[in-house]
Write a protein that binds this ligand. Structure first.
Ligand SMILES: Cc1ncc(COP(=O)(O)O)c(C=O)c1O
Length: 457
């Protein structure tokens, strides 16, 4: 009998046998929750207070978890201490932002030295210049840089620059890609089911996508080709996430990336790589690793050394549109853009991130993926990831695009993640993780053993 199909995508839906596998852990739901509550009474009390201050108890959606997320008191290296005194091993490092781990000595020293000299001035510093020079030296596309306060702001600025450079307004993005909280990229991030090219609002409050945003499936060069054939003259930019987080931290396939570069060139659109996470792939970022050079790159997380920050970098002729003395300039203010504390921390972080450090982190990431694949062989689970990043998805796989990822049993993933938290390991609720330079082999051994144990619950 053929496998049942998902109506929207023609992909095989999870089979009954898979459902049986997922049901076993779900049958333990109450026990896992009771254990979590038993371990975290002080976090529960703080969450009750937070629910009076923050809508739903949270001030950033990214850390949402049911019944609540452990409050953190301090962190060092790979270790987090929560409000109940639990020692947790971090395998997510503030959403991949801390490749040297928490409170890395050189970052602490650089940031505290800067704070002692003043944390922010109404004037430029040599530190922001040094960080910009470093990015220009490493990233193939980077001829100029503008600093921002977050990855979201970097994407917002990149989109504005691309629109100004082309005189067009349509931005193409991939279904299942997250690019931060800016309105024009808040479409088709995580629709209930994959629908391909129709923009689906990810949030209430958007003004509409018509003429502003188009969506294409990831890793589908033919559909991309058709999108450019239909609307090439309207497209200002194609925005690609070179490590697609919500799809399982997967890479774009070479055929997709080369088609993206070729089509942007042919139709005069800007190719933007969102490397807010993907920069983690290597010394020259994702573009250096994947061998395709975009026109613009957006950065955040790692380059800010654990502080709020981001950047847009790229071709001089595009970035120079934001030169303040141009009458037709692309405006870009910002009280904390390039602030010296972030710049000092970012510089200290990037200085430590030599090619050898990247190689060591990536080798560890490969080890985790290989060992998780072995531990989950024969089960309806798929291990994906790249570089220092990994994810365990509750779907039979393989996963190449959002349609493959969207059929995952997210309830199983969130419960497994909570069971891992009960065992002292922090991954996302979708079981995404990463290693950092300070992650040790015995911590990887312990994580794999804990996951194997959760699989037998
Ligand atoms: C690929 C990508 N782009 C943009 C952002 C937004 O960055 P920020 O959270 O710093 O605004 C993120 C955040 O996770 C991201 O993963």
């Amino acid at each position: 009998m053929p496998a049942p199909q998902n109506r929207m995508t023609d992909r095989p839906a999870p089979t009954t046998a898979d459902g049986g596998f997922y049901a076993a852990l779900k049958a333990r739901h109450d026990d896992i929750l009771a254990e979590y509550r038993r371990r975290t009474p002080r976090s529960a009390a703080l969450f009750a207070r937070a629910s009076e201050a923050f809508p739903g108890g949270f001030t950033r959606d990214a850390i949402y978890r049911t019944p609540y997320t452990p409050f953190i008191v301090e962190a060092l290296g790979t270790r987090l201490i929560d409000a109940d005194g639990q020692r947790l091993t971090d395998f997510w490092f503030n959403a991949t932002a801390l490749p040297l781990g928490h409170a890395a000595p050189e970052v602490v020293a650089a940031a505290t030295a800067q704070v002692a000299r003043g944390s922010a001035y109404f004037g430029p510093t040599e530190t922001e210049l040094a960080l910009a020079d470093l990015l220009i030296g490493r990233l193939p596309c980077a001829e100029r840089v503008r600093f921002t306060n977050s990855g979201s702001e970097a994407v917002m600025m990149a989109v504005r620059l691309a629109r100004a450079a082309t005189g067009r307004s349509l931005i193409l993005k991939c279904e299942g890609s997250y690019h931060g909280s800016y309105d024009d990229v808040s479409w088709s991030i995580a629709p209930e089911a994959a629908v391909g090219s129709a923009p689906v609002a990810d949030t209430a409050g958007l003004a509409g996508h018509a003429g502003r945003v188009g969506v294409v499936p990831f890793n589908d060069p033919e559909t991309l080709e058709r999108a450019f054939a239909d609307r090439g003259g309207q497209i200002a930019a194609l925005l690609i996430e070179p490590v697609a987080n919500r799809m399982g931290l997967i890479l774009p396939e070479p055929a997709f990336l080369t088609a993206a570069r070729r089509l942007c060139d042919r139709h005069g659109a800007a190719l933007i790589f969102d490397e807010v996470i993907a920069f983690r792939l290597g010394y020259r970022g994702a573009q250096g690793t994947l061998g395709v050079v975009p026109d613009l790159v957006t950065l955040g997380k790692v380059i800010a050394g654990g502080f709020p920050g981001g950047a847009v970098a790229g071709r001089a002729d595009i970035l120079d549109l934001s030169a303040p003395d141009r009458p037709d300039r692309v405006a870009h203010a910002g009280t904390y853009n390039g602030n010296p504390t972030t710049a000092a921390a970012g510089l200290a972080t990037l200085t430590r991130l030599t090619p050898e450090t990247f190689a060591a982190m990536n080798a560890m990431g490969a080890t985790v993926r290989r060992r998780l694949s072995a531990a989950t062989a024969g089960l309806p689970l798929t291990v994906t990831g790249a570089g220092s990043l990994f994810k365990l998805t509750a779907a039979a796989g393989p996963i190449r695009d959002y349609a493959d990822a969207a059929v995952a049993d997210k309830e199983w993933e969130a419960l497994a993640s909570l069971a891992l938290l009960n065992r002292g390991f922090v991954l996302t609720t979708g079981l995404a993780g990463c290693v950092s330079a300070v992650t040790r082999k015995d911590e990887i051994d312990a994580l794999v053993a804990a996951i194997a144990e959760v699989l037998t619950l």
